[in-house]
Design a protein around this ligand. Structure first.
Ligand code: FAD
Length: 564
C-alpha cells in the first residue's frame, strides 16, 4: 500500500539524532539452520538458542504456513505456554513473502522491501532490538538524486528535470493529503468512495501538475504521469489502478513515521521471532493438502478418538509420504491466492460462501521484481534511481511488458549496488514465462535506447516469480471497487461461525489479507497472526499480555510480539 512522505518522515530524516539511532549496531543474532537429521521430525527447522522442544500437552494448534503471520502466531502462543504446536510450511525455508537472496555481496529482496511506518511498527522494533542496520528511505531525496532519461539519448535540461521532480513531489503530496485529510472527511468519502483512483488522480493532476503547461513542457509532464500511474499500481499491488477505489485508502491505515529498509536483509527479522517457537515445532517441506473440520452440520465428526475436531493431511515433500495430524485449532495463514485456488480441494466441508466470495473478490495480482547486478555500475555514484521516460504516454493493453519498466531504484551501497525494477499485473505475469537471461537482454536494450549504447550487460539478472509460486500465487491484497473492509473481516472470521459449537475455533484465519487496517504489509501480517493467537488464548482464558520467553526469561522480541 501507499508509501508516503509523511510530515514525520521529513522531520525524522532531518534529525541527526534519529539517524544515529537507526544505524547503531548491536551484536549479531543466532543463525537459522535446517537440520535434516532432527530427531523430532524429518524436516524441522531449528535455531541456535531456540526454545525447548514442543510439548504434547495442552490444546494442539496446527499453523499452516511459516510466513511472518504464522511465526508470530506460534511465538505468541508459545509465550503464553501453549506449546503443543506444529507449524507446517510447504517451502524449504521460513518467511514466505519475506525472502532475501544473496547475489555476490548484495542482499536482494524478492518480496518485502520497506518497513512501512515507524510509530508502533513491530517489525522496526524487532530490527532495532537485534541491532540490524536500518536505513531511512527518504522518497523525496530519492527523486532529487534520480537520473532522468529520454528515449534515444535525448537529454532533459536541468529546468525540465526540476519540473519533473516537482511533479513527482506534488503527486506524493496529493496522496498524502488524500490519505491523511480527505479520506478522514465523511463528505469527501461519500462523494468519492467508489471513484476509481486513476480518475481521481487525473482530475487532481490536471489541476495541480498540468495547469498552465503547454507545448513540450506539457508533453514531458504527461509522460511522467505514466510513471506515477505505475508507481500507484506497484504500491497497491494491482493490475490496473482503475480497479482500485478511493475507499481503499480510507480503510487502510498508514503507520506514522518514516519508511525504512534493512540493508543486511529483511529476513533478519525472522530469526528472533522463530527463536521463540519451540524447537522442532516448525516442519519445512510440508505442504498441507486437506483440512477436515466439523461445521456441526455436514462435518466429518471428531477424529483421534473423538477428542480432536480437525484432521490435517500434509504431504512430506521430501519423502512423498502423506502425514496426518489431529488438532483442536488450525490457523490458516496461506495467501488468498492459495486460498482461492486450492481452498475448494483442501477444506472439507467447504468454506462458507461469504469467505470464499471475499477471497475471490479481493484483488491479489502479481507484482514481480527484476534485480540487475553489474560489475561496473553505469549510473553515477550518488544516483538513487534510473528513470526512463518514453514520449508516448498512452496506457494500453497489449503493450510489451518492458513498457512498464520506468523506474529502477539503485539498491545497496558501494560496490555492492544493483538495480531493482518492478512490474505489476499482466506484465508481471508475462515476465515469468521468460528466462532470467531473456529479461536481462531486454533490460539492456531498453537502457541502451534511453541511457546510451555504452550500457553493459548485467552480470546477473534475477526475476521473481510470485504469480506462479505454488505457495503464493500473487503478491499482496488490495481492496478494489467491488470490495470493502467487511470482506476482509469475513475472511478473518473463525469457523465454525456458530458460537455455541461443541468445538469452537477449529479454523482460524491469519495473513496480511485478513488485516483490515494494514493489509498488504509485513506488520499487518504480523498483527494478524498475533490476533488469532490472542483469540485462542482468550478462549482458554490465558493472560494475553504475558511476555515471558524461553524458560520464563523476559524477551525483548516477545515484548514486541505482545504489544498488539
Ligand atoms: C514483491 C513483493 C513486495 C512486497 N513489498 C512489501 C514491502 O515493501 N513492505 C511490506 O510491508 N510488505 C511488502 N510485501 C507484502 C509482505 O511481504 C506480505 O504482506 C507478508 O510477508 C505476508 O506474510 P503472511 O504471513 O501473511 O504470508 P506469507 O508470507 O505468504 O506466508 C504464508 C506461508 O504459507 C506457506 N504455504 C502456502 N500454502 C501452503 C500449504 N498448502 N502448506 C503449507 N504451507 C503453505 C507459504 O509458503 C508461506 O511461507 C511485499 C510482497 C511482495 C510479494
Amino acid at each position: 500500500m501507499p508509501h508516503l512522505v509523511t510530515p514525520q518522515l521529513r522531520r525524522l530524516v532531518s534529525s541527526a539524532h534519529d539517524k544515529n539511532l537507526l544505524t547503531k549496531r548491536l551484536p549479531p543474532t543466532a543463525s537459522f539452520t535446517v537440520h535434516s537429521h532432527c530427531t523430532a521430525g524429518k524436516h524441522c527447522a531449528m535455531l541456535q538458542g531456540q526454545k525447548a522442544a514442543a510439548s504434547s500437552k495442552g490444546p494442539k494448534v496446527v499453523i499452516v504456513g511459516a510466513g511472518i503471520s504464522g511465526l508470530a502466531a506460534a511465538a505468541k502462543l508459545s509465550a503464553n505456554n501453549i506449546n503443543n504446536l506444529l507449524v507446517l510450511e510447504g517451502k524449504n525455508r521460513i518467511g514466505g513473502r519475506i525472502s532475501t537472496i544473496k547475489i555476490g555481496d548484495r542482499f536482494v529482496e524478492e518480496g518485502a522491501t520497506w518497513i512501512h511506518g515507524a510509530d508502533g511498527n513491530p517489525i522496526l522494533a524487532i530490527a532495532r532490538s537485534i541491532g540490524a542496520k536500518v536505513e531511512v528511505w527518504d522518497y523525496a531525496e530519492k527523486i532529487e538524486k534520480a537520473g532522468w532519461h529520454r528515449k534515444n539519448g535525448r537529454r532533459f535540461s536541468n529546468a525540465e528535470i526540476k519540473m519533473l521532480q516537482e511533479a513527482y513531489k506534488t503527486h506524493l503530496a496529493i496522496i498524502e493529503n488524500m490519505i491523511f485529510t480527505e479520506c478522514k472527511d465523511e463528505d469527501f468519502l461519500h462523494e468519492h468512495r467508489r471513484q476509481n483512483v486513476l480518475n481521481f488522480f487525473e482530475e487532481v493532476w490536471e489541476e495541480q501538475i498540468l495547469r498552465g503547461r503547454t507545448g513540450e513542457e506539457e508533453e514531458i509532464l504527461r509522460s511522467s504521469l505514466r510513471l506515477l500511474y505505475h508507481k500507484e499500481c506497484q504500491d497497491a499491488g494491482v493490475k490496473d489502478i482503475r480497479d482500485c477505489a478511493i475507499h481503499s485508502f480510507a480503510v487502510y491505515e498508514t503507520l506514522q513515521g518514516y519508511d525504512s529498509v534493512l540493508p543486511g536483509g529483511y529476513d533478519k527479522i525472522l530469526e528472533p521471532v522463530a527463536r521463540e517457537i519451540p524447537e522442532s515445532a516448525i516442519r519445512l517441506n510440508s505442504a498441507v493438502e486437506r483440512i477436515e473440520w466439523n461445521d456441526g452440520v455436514g462435518g466429518c465428526g471428531c477424529h483421534d478418538n473423538g477428542k480432536k475436531p480437525v484432521r490435517v493431511i500434509y504431504n512430506d515433500l521430501a519423502s512423498g509420504r502423506k502425514e496426518t495430524v489431529y488438532a483442536d485449532h488450525v490457523i490458516v495463514t496461506v495467501s488468498i491466492g492459495c486460498l482461492h485456488r486450492y481452498g475448494p480441494s483442501t477444506f472439507f466441508p467447504p468454506l462458507p460462501e461469504d469467505k470464499t466470495s471475499a477471497c475471490k473478490r479481493l484483488s491479489f495480482d502479481t507484482v514481480n521484481k527484476i534485480a540487475l547486478a553489474y560489475d561496473q555500475p553505469f549510473w553515477s555514484r550518488d544516483q538513487t534511481a534510473v528513470i526512463l521516460l518514453a514520449d508516448d504516454v498512452t496506457l494500453g493493453k497489449g503493450e510489451h511488458w518492458s513498457r512498464d519498466l520506468i523506474q529502477f531504484n539503485v539498491r545497496g551501497s558501494g560496490d555492492a549496488r544493483w538495480l531493482e525494477g518492478w512490474l505489476c499485473g499482466d506484465h508481471a505475469d508475462e515476465v515469468e514465462k521468460l528466462t532470467n537471461d531473456e529479461v536481462g537482454k531486454t533490460c539492456t536494450e531498453l537502457f541502451r535506447k534511453f541511457v546510451g549504447p555504452h550500457v553493459p550487460e548485467p552480470t546477473v539478472t534475477h526475476v521473481t516469480r510470485w504469480g506462479s509460486d505454488r505457495f503464493c500465487h500473487g503478491s499482496y491484497a488490495c481492496l478494489n471497487r467491488d470490495t470493502t473492509g467487511d470482506d476482509i473481516d469475513n475472511l478473518a472470521a473463525p469457523l465454525p461461525g456458530n458460537k455455541d459449537a461443541t468445538h469452537p475455533l477449529q479454523l482460524l484465519f491469519a495473513g496480511e489479507a485478513t488485516s483490515r487496517k494494514y493489509f498488504g504489509t509485513v506488520h499487518g501480517a504480523m498483527f494478524s497472526g498475533q490476533r488469532e493467537a490472542d483469540r485462542i488464548l482468550r478462549h482458554y482464558s490465558k493472560a494475553v499480555g504475558s511476555v515471558k520467553g524461553c524458560n520464563g526469561v523476559d524477551s525483548k522480541v516477545l515484548q514486541q510480539l505482545s504489544k498488539v
